[in-house]
Design a protein around this ligand. Structure first.
Ligand code: S3P
Length: 450
């Protein structure tokens, strides 16, 4: 396959400073969805025949997954920007450890997908990924018959011994996590019988939506907020051609910028509106955001909209905790937006944020405090006292803790705050949104080095 290292060469790194701008304008294609991109590579690598993927997100996280599935035995090639071909094969022991970099989705889904083959694989990651919990995936996999060895407390590096004789399980994850659910379902594709995952609060269901496209025998029953997914092992997977929809989580950054910068009007085309991913936009509408959603077809079975966003007078709201799974990645940027609202915004049910690329709850609170915003931080709550449309004082240095969403949130804060905002490093932005700087420049926002 194309060496992904070549594709990462010109990524910006180091500190950047954002200054207040007005009049952001233009139309952008929403960046391709990260969750769907990882899954497209994994399913294609498991399926017989050649799958074509168009609009693949070529971010560092997704490229790490591409490299890993190639090392596990799939044939992977790149025809041009976002256009990839993957031919699946039974997975075998990779010659070297699989380095998933910063990607929790990559490592957890691959552990599940690799579990059903008679192979031995070592999974590694960067410092952030090596501090994140893996037992949440390895424990249920152990119940299915997968042996693993890892560092103290279930951290990477982890050595996994897969098995072609997996037992199905009936599992209710103790945390709301699409990664955990997906790992079990991917392992269940090869188990002898029916594997069931029960979610009291349904998380994103991309694995469930995509698996049948590749021939898997997987069904989902939904009842209010809960969902039960069942996969029957053994169905042969076949190649499928897939066009990746736009990522609502990445689109959130330009959306936020347009809301808080005066005289702005932008359009993001092709944004996926899957309800399990759209909680931020629902919240923004409650805050009074001027959003116009025009249906614009579908990709990979996901409905899309062209989203027009205009500068808005926002008011603080109470975000219910049961909305968290549908906007779990969006709290850092929502907390920035809340700083520009009139009144207080209360966000509850955020315990999972502490297990992300950084402790995102503490880091979001620190981002706001560094820029003069009054907050209250609890174990699983964040309350933001909005500064109103004149914006927060700004002037802070944001510690990103190598977390891409903190870096982008800090830069967006600086586009609207009264004084410039500096973020300590922007290199990690490429893990999820390599086009961030080009997209923002196209809208009229340029960030200064240093
Ligand atoms: C993802 C699930 C979420 C999310 C991550 C992508 C996925 O993680 O934060 O960015 O693609 O399944 P958790 O499962 O840890 O909540």
């Amino acid at each position: 396959m194309t060496d992904p290292a070549d594709m990462s060469k010109s990524r910006p790194s180091g500190a950047r400073t954002a200054r207040r701008v007005k009049g952001l304008a233009g139309t952008l294609a929403a960046p391709p969805d990260k969750s769907v991109s990882h899954r497209a590579l994994i399913f294609s690598a498991l399926a017989a025949g050649e799958s074509r993927i168009t609009g693949l997100l070529e971010s560092d996280d997704v490229l790490a997954t591409a490299r890993a599935v190639a090392a596990l035995g799939a044939e992977v090639s790149r025809d041009g920007a976002g256009a990839w071909r993957v031919s699946g094969a039974p997975w075998t022991s990779p010659a070297a450890p699989l380095d998933l970099g910063n990607s929790g989705t990559g490592v957890r889904l691959l552990m599940g997908a690799a579990a059903r083959f008679d192979l031995e694989a070592v999974f590694t990651g960067d410092a952030s990924l090596s501090s994140r919990p893996m037992a949440r995936v390895l424990d249920p996999l152990a119940q299915m018959g997968v042996r693993s060895e890892c560092a103290d407390g279930g951290r990477l590096p982890a050595r996994l011994f897969g098995s072609s004789r997996l037992k199905p399980i009936d599992y209710t994850p103790p945390v709301a996590s699409a990664q955990v659910k997906s790992a079990i379902l991917l392992a269940g594709l090869g188990a002898e019988g029916e594997t069931i995952v029960r979610e009291p609060h349904a998380t994103r269901a991309h694995t469930e939506t995509m698996a049948p496209l590749y021939g898997a025998d997987l069904t989902v029953e939904r009842d209010g907020a809960s969902a039960v997914a069942r996969v029957r092992g053994g169905a042969p997977l076949r190649a499928f051609d897939l066009d990746v929809p736009g990522d609502p989580s990445s689109a959130a950054f330009a959306t936020a910028a347009a809301l808080i910068c005066a005289d702005s009007a932008i359009t993001l085309s092709g944004v996926m509106t899957n309800p399990a991913r759209f909680g931020l936009y629902e919240t923004l509408q409650e805050m009074g955001a001027d959003l116009t959603l025009s249906p614009s077809g579908a990709r990979a079975g996901e409905a899309l909209v062209d989203l027009t966003v205009k500068s808005s007078m926002l008011k603080g709201v109470d975000v219910p905790p049961d909305r968290a799974p549908s906007m779990i990645d969006e709290y850092p940027i929502l907390s920035v937006i809340a700083a520009f609202a009139e009144g207080r915004t209360v966000m509850r049910g955020l315990a999972e944020l502490r297990a992300k690329e950084s402790d995102r709850l503490a880091a979001s609170a620190a981002l706001l405090q560094a820029n003069g915003v009054t907050i209250e931080l609890g174990e699983d709550t964040l309350i933001v006292e909005g500064c109103g449309p004149s914006g927060p004082p700004g002037g802070g240095l944001v510690q990103t803790h190598h977390d891409h969403r903190l870096a982008m949130s800090g830069l967006v804060m600086g586009l609207g705050a009264r004084a410039p905002v500096t973020v300590d490093d922007v290199a990690m932005i490429a893990t999820s949104y390599p086009g961030f700087f080009d997209d923002f420049a196209a809208l009229g926002a340029v960030f200064e080095a240093g």
